[in-house]
Every structure is written in C-alpha cells, then in structure tokens.
Design a protein around this ligand. Structure first.
Ligand code: URA
Length: 229
C-alpha cells in the first residue's frame, strides 16, 4: 500500500489541522495572529504559563492573574463562563466571587462536586475593565486556549453559562432565554446553555418559570444525563 493510500484511511481533517513545520510555540502569547493548532499543549500547566504571559489582546496589560481554570482536569462536566471579575483576577481562580458561590450551591444541590465532577473556566482568561463584556476581538484572541482546554479535559458535557461562551464557541446568536435547557451537539460534544449565576443574583424570585426555577430544571437535567453515562 502506498503512503498516500495509507493516509487516506484516516480522517484528512486531522492532518490539515496539524502544526506547520516552522511552528514556534513560544510566539503564541505575543501575537493573536500566531495560530494555536490542536494538540499544541500537552498539559494545562504549559497552557497556563502561556496565558500568564499572553499579550494577544489588550486585556493582558491590566491583569493581575490570567484565570485559566479550576476543578478536575479529567472532569465529565466542563462549565464555561464569560470572563474573570475582580475576585478572580486577584486570586487567579474562576468563579470565586458571589456568582461563583451561587454556582457552587447550584452544583451541590444536585450532588455535583466542583473539585471532582466539574472543570470550570471562562471564554476569556483576563478581566475586562469594569467587568464589561469581552469584545469579539478579545474572544477570538483567547478562543484557541479554550479549544485546547476542551481537548485536554475532554468532558462528556459542556455547559455554557451565559451568552458570551455560547456565542463565542458555537456562533449561536439567539439569547440564553430562548435556548437554555436544550441539549445540543457542538463538535461532537453534548452541550447545554444555562443562565449565568450573576443573572440569577439579579433575579431573586423562585416562582415557577423564574430564572432560578428554570436553572433548577436545567441542572437536574444535567445530573440525570451524567448518571446515564
Ligand atoms: N463571571 C464569569 O463569567 N466568570 C468568572 O470567573 C466570574 C464571574
């Protein structure tokens, strides 16, 4: 069998995404035009080192810490938020402020342990000034790191919490209210969009149909799906 025939037995897209011969990984954090091909990182540690020296967008200049992720690196569930806030920038850990505390409570309510069952990260790794929504340029500059995180963790279920991660990764333009709670497939992975905990903090009602009530329905679905695996 010729070499070309042997190659054709494999998925060609895997080859077309491979690294160019002159690929220099050390240039990644300096310029958003430098691609981050799949399989660039063998470990989350190296990815975190790059994030902490990253200047691919303007957010790098103001950060205290890049906020890469927390939880189990082999977790079955990955939760992707928007961007770090002040507490996260100071500690280097995602979802440690008020929204994070509520997220912990929501997970605990269905016996999900944030250290064991979940890996938590954000679409964008550095804090935007005054907690504004990250721009599409910031999202694009940071996205390859997130794609590598997804590849490394290889979760069974991805939860997009809030519209930024949902839109940034999948291109979905409909709002969270329209599509939360629906299972969808993205790049062969089972995903669901859920409300952002910060939104729940602003909407305290627990009445039937309220955001908190809907979140309770959604997280129970997630628990049930995990139990199926
Ligand atoms: N909101 C987010 O989306 N991410 C965090 O890490 C904290 C608050």
């Amino acid at each position: 069998m010729s070499e070309a025939e042997q190659y054709s037995l494999f998925d060609q897209s895997a080859f077309s995404q491979s690294k160019p011969a002159d690929f220099q990984a050390e240039l990644i954090p300096t310029d958003a035009k430098v691609p981050i091909p799949p399989s660039t990182y063998d470990s989350m540690e190296l990815l975190a080192t790059h994030c902490n020296s990253c200047q691919r967008c303007e957010l790098g200049a103001k950060r205290t810490h890049a906020v890469v992720g927390r939880g189990n690196l082999n977790a079955p569930i990955m939760i992707i938020g928007e961007a770090p806030g002040q507490n996260e920038d100071e500690t280097g850990k995602p979802f440690v402020g008020k929204a994070g505390q509520l997220l912990e409570k929501i997970l605990a309510a269905v016996k999900l342990n944030s250290e064991q069952d979940v890996y938590i990260c954000n679409m964008v790794k550095c804090r935007p000034p005054a907690n504004r929504t990250p721009t599409s340029q910031e999202v694009e500059a940071c996205k390859p790191y997130l794609l590598e995180q997804i590849r490394l963790v290889d979760p069974k279920i991805i939860l997009f919490t809030g519209a930024t991660a949902l839109k940034g990764l999948t291109g979905e333009k409909r709002g969270i209210t329209k599509i939360r709670g629906e299972w969808r497939e993205w790049q062969g992975r089972l995903c669901m969009a859920i409300f952002h905990p910060a939104y729940l903090l602003r909407n305290s009602s627990r009445e039937k149909g309220s955001p908190k009530w809907l979140m309770w329905q959604d997280i129970q679905q997630v628990r049930a799906k995990l139990d199926e695996f």
